[in-house]
Design a protein around this ligand. Structure first.
Ligand SMILES: NC(=O)c1ccc[n+]([C@@H]2O[C@H](COP(=O)([O-])OP(=O)(O)OC[C@H]3O[C@@H](n4cnc5c(N)ncnc54)[C@H](OP(=O)(O)O)[C@@H]3O)[C@@H](O)[C@H]2O)c1
Length: 209
């Protein structure tokens, strides 16, 4: 599969490596331009390329957005129409500035991204796993106590695609429901600060319905 990554930092760069290791092709971008990604793509090998901000959106069958929430309006809209978009982002007012509709919980950062993108099939994932755990703690399917990643989205088929990718790189995906259910595993929630088991994630999701 071709996977585009907008943002190539702790999470985007780690996901790029894991996806290449799983046999996918990646195109990665950041805010400073492809010339600043030469070392990263060299270390990833021939299935990785450095890209401009627009290119990953056009390149990817699936596109990961892994940037500060304050920057989501920079994500290109037109090339992402109809595509599966993985949103790894969290809202931190200290970093992102105050965003009133997130402060009052009337929406979530993933829904803000979905609103911006209009027709993309946004799935929230990878937002609550620390980058070092993502890099180092993946295990084969069936391993006891395999780490679990909650996912949320409004498109069932998109969630299946993302769950498969998560399994390929070493984790169990647990679907919590619609995109709005991503608020169950945002910063400040009980699911955020720990590595909860799949059953714990399911219990929290069921308890919220
Ligand atoms: N670190 C974690 O453990 C962790 C875990 C889960 C979720 N998250 C969330 O995932 C997101 C990414 O986190 P991170 O730790 O990977 O951040 P990071 O290491 O600071 O990397 C952020 C990346 O986003 C790029 N970027 C910033 N503004 C951009 C823009 N306008 N257009 C395109 N690219 C832009 C940066 O490019 P430049 O370097 O060129 O500016 C950089 O490649 C955040 O929302 C974060 O809260 C982080």
């Amino acid at each position: 599969m071709r996977i585009g990554l907008i943002g190539a930092g702790h999470i985007g760069g780690t996901l790029a490596r894991l996806f290449v290791q799983a046999g996918h092709q990646v195109a990665v971008s950041n805010s400073r331009g492809p010339q600043t990604l030469v070392d990263l793509v060299k270390s990833l090998g021939e299935n990785a390329k450095a890209a401009t901000l627009e290119e990953p959106a056009e390149f990817g069958d699936v596109v990961v957005v892994s940037i500060p929430t304050k920057a989501i309006r920079d994500v290109p809209v037109v090339p992402l129409a109809g595509k599966v978009v993985i949103d790894t982002n969290n809202y931190y007012a200290q970093r992102d500035g105050q965003i009133a509709e997130l402060d009052d919980d009337s929406t979530t950062s993933s829904e803000l991204l979905a609103d911006h993108l209009k027709n993309a099939r946004v799935v929230k994932a990878f937002n609550r796993l620390r980058a070092d755990h993502l890099a180092e703690r993946g295990t084969p399917a069936g391993t006891p106590d395999r780490l679990a990643i909650p996912i949320a989205g409004d498109d069932q088929d998109a969630k299946k695609v993302v769950a498969h990718l998560i399994d390929e790189i070493g984790f169990d995906a647990v679907d919590t429901g619609p995109l709005s259910s991503g608020r169950l595993f945002q910063p400040g929630t009980s699911l955020y600060g720990t590595n909860p088991s799949p059953d714990t994630i399911r219990e929290v999701a069921e308890g919220s319905r």
